[in-house]
Design a protein around this ligand. Structure first.
Ligand code: BF8
Ligand code: SF4
Length: 626
């Protein structure tokens, strides 16, 4: 059976799905098929295995049991399960942030050979936000104090996380009144696990409230720290040209692919790959050179800061190995399918895992720490070079597509002559109707990239600026939306703005932790207007989300006042009350709600209606009857 046309809209994926089938390599889609039908209780969030009196399940039709052994009803079970998804997502982003703070601290102590402070201006700016006296101090001294102050944000001694001060005053007041102001990054995640233990918080409303606080500790805490410290250590992104899709692999070169999320590893692999000595080694083995490519978010990190080409998003990670061209895949953590080593074993591809907290079956482990990362990176790249001679047949299915990445908030404001004013003017005049963040993953439940690309196309056609991150950003790049020329596909108003600035209508904002760049830009717009984020013509969408991190992101977007449309349904339909709270009740509490709409054409309509309604509330011209 051939599925290549139903499983993805991307040409490289379609060809490689067929190749995987021919090579008898099992992929994520085959395993997804084998799981059908998914458990209905779990899909609705109505199963609970939190304690050993269970597992329990509540019958959604009212015929079987309505209470777990402990007496929890469906509302409590659904809310607790959702809260635990937020906690896992917030923990993942925030622990990634912690790893960066630890590198910053090691750099300050001169114990991290090969790492340095690349953006001193940003170091001083963020340090000032943390109340670190900068004066005429040496950068390394400031770095040490900033790292210490950031570590305090992780703990329990604060009432409010430092970077929440970036949010508009009205938003912070609202968080305080609603009791969801995040206090400590680890604290909120630990409390989420505590509250959802059997016999603790047993009122579904307060469990949901804490879920929002936990999510905010990610968005305005752990993820924000991850992005800011990455910029300080590796440079704040600026627009740069790159190439995307499986065609970035090169038949004549040693292909090293980095996969995961933490730039601490991938940045050092980049250093080793760019060393002329290593190129010479590669040439001695008959290769034309070393070609470093990324997949998933660590790929986005390198793309944003160095224009490193991007081989694919989440559902491409198995498929690019089937090209037979990947000599080494280096992984750190998050979104790395445990199946990869099995796929790699069907070809000559070698893999290395690098994080003390992420081991994979059949994958040799070389643990990276700030002190040894440089040596480790050279060894990994040498192994990749040695593996070049073991290649079998290579099939690189497509030519790569051009894209521009690197739109940090600093870069966007720079393009606007330093202030959000021109963007606000364009929105007020209606040439740009509003802005939407398209974020998140691929999910085999949805035809790969169809949700991202269709939604982005419909929004830009209607003069809505799109900023995107994560696997969504890779999808729209592959579709060709990230070149200045793509402005021709936008409506007349957006097209004019993009052409005058020389920017694409869909701006690459980075990895998933970089969703905080969207928060920072939204806050800057709101502050310039002396408004709240929830007053602005903004929205977010996660058309193909799969991960717990995406649940945390969606929750902090809504809690920050941004209307958010999800593609796949989260496991909440077992509780009418929870669904009503998420899709309408939250409006009164935080000024924004969730919607769920798997069809991207309908999602575009929901988003356009919301943006026009927001424009009307601001007294701007409004298109009615969408
Ligand atoms: O953090 S978008 S599939 S790679 S979770 Fe994962 Fe989703 Fe991709 Fe990045 Ni984000
Ligand atoms: Fe069952 Fe309650 Fe235990 Fe959950 S916490 S498994 S509902 S007894």
């Amino acid at each position: 059976m051939t599925h290549h046309h139903t499983r993805s809209i991307a040409k490289d994926a379609r060809i490689l799905i067929q190749k995987a089938e021919n090579d008898q390599v099992e992929t994520v889609w085959d395993r997804h098929d084998a799981q059908q039908p998914h458990c209905g209780f779990c899909e609705m969030g109505l199963s609970c295995r939190i304690c050993a009196m269970g597992p329990c399940r509540v019958d959604p039709f009212g015929e079987g049991p309505q209470l777990g052994v402990c007496g929890a009803n469906g509302d409590i079970i659904v809310a607790r399960n959702l809260c635990r998804m937020v906690a896992a997502g917030a923990a993942s982003h925030s622990d990634h942030g912690r790893d960066l703070v630890e590198v910053l601290a090691s750099v300050a102590e001169s114990k991290a050979s090969g790492y340095e402070i690349r953006d001193t201006e940003k170091l001083f700016r963020v340090a000032a936000e943390y109340g670190v006296e900068t004066g005429d101090k040496e950068p390394l001294r400031v770095a040490a104090e900033l790292a210490y102050a950031m570590q305090e944000d992780y703990g329990t001694r604060k009432k409010e996380l430092t970077l929440t001060a970036r949010a508009p005053e009205k938003r912070r007041d609202l968080w305080r009144k609603a009791g969801i102001m995040p206090r400590g990054i680890d604290r909120e995640t630990a409390e989420a696990m505590h509250r959802t233990h059997m016999g603790v918080d047993s009122v579904w409303q307060s469990v949901l409230e804490h879920s929002l606080r936990n999510a905010l500790s990610d968005g305005w805490g752990g993820s924000m720290i991850a992005t800011e410290v990455s910029d300080i250590l590796f440079g704040t992104p600026a627009p740069a040209a790159t190439k995307v899709n499986a065609g970035v692999l090169k038949a004549d070169s040693v292909n090293v692919v980095v996969h995961g999320h933490n730039p601490v590893v991938s940045e050092m692999i980049l250093v080793a790959c760019q060393d002329p000595e290593m190129t010479k080694l590669a040439e001695e083995k008959g290769a034309a050179g070393i070609n470093l490519c990324g997949v998933c978010c660590t790929g986005n990190e390198l793309l944003m800061r160095h224009g490193i080409p991007m081989a694919g998003n989440h559902l491409m990670t198995e498929l690019i190995i089937t090209t037979g061209a990947v000599d080494m895949m280096v992984v750190d953590y998050q979104c790395i399918m445990p199946s990869l080593s099995k796929v790699a074993s069907c070809y000559h591809t070698k893999m290395i895992s690098t994080s003390d907290k992420a081991h994979f079956p059949g994958v040799p482990h070389m643990e990276f720490h700030p002190e040894n990362a440089r040596d480790m990176a050279y060894e990994v790249v040498e192994r990749a070079i040695d593996n070049f001679v073991n290649r079998g047949t290579v099939h690189i299915p497509v030519e790569p597509v051009d894209a521009v990445g690197g739109f940090s908030v600093e870069a966007v404001l720079g393009a606007l002559c330093g202030s959000p004013g021109p963007l606000i003017d364009a929105i007020s005049a209606g040439s740009i109707r509003g802005a939407v963040g398209i974020v998140g993953c691929n999910n085999p439940k949805i035809k790969q990239d169809h949700g991202h690309v269709t939604l982005a196309r419909l929004l830009i056609e209607n003069d809505i600026l799109v900023v995107d991150t994560g696997c969504a950003a890779v999808a729209t790049a592959k579709a060709g939306f990230k070149t200045a020329g793509a402005a021709a596909d936008a409506g007349a108003g957006l097209r004019g703005v993009c052409e005058s600035l020389g920017i694409p209508p869909v701006l690459h904002f980075g990895s998933c932790v970089d969703n905080v760049r969207i928060l920072v830009l939204a806050a800057a717009l709101a502050n310039a207007l002396e408004a709240d984020i929830s007053d602005l013509p903004l929205a977010a969408a996660a058309p193909e989300w799969y991960s717990e991190k995406a649940v945390a992101i969606g929750a902090y977007a809504v809690a920050s006042g941004i209307y958010t449309v999800l593609g796949p349904m989260p496991p909440v339909t077992g509780s009418v009350k929870v669904v009503e709270m998420l899709t309408s009740g939250l409006e009164g509490a935080v000024g924004a709600v969730f919607a769920v709409e798997p069809d991207p054409e309908k999602a575009a309509v929901l988003i356009r209606r919301h943006i026009e309604k927001q424009r009307g509330k601001l007294g701007l011209d409004e298109i009615e009857g969408i």
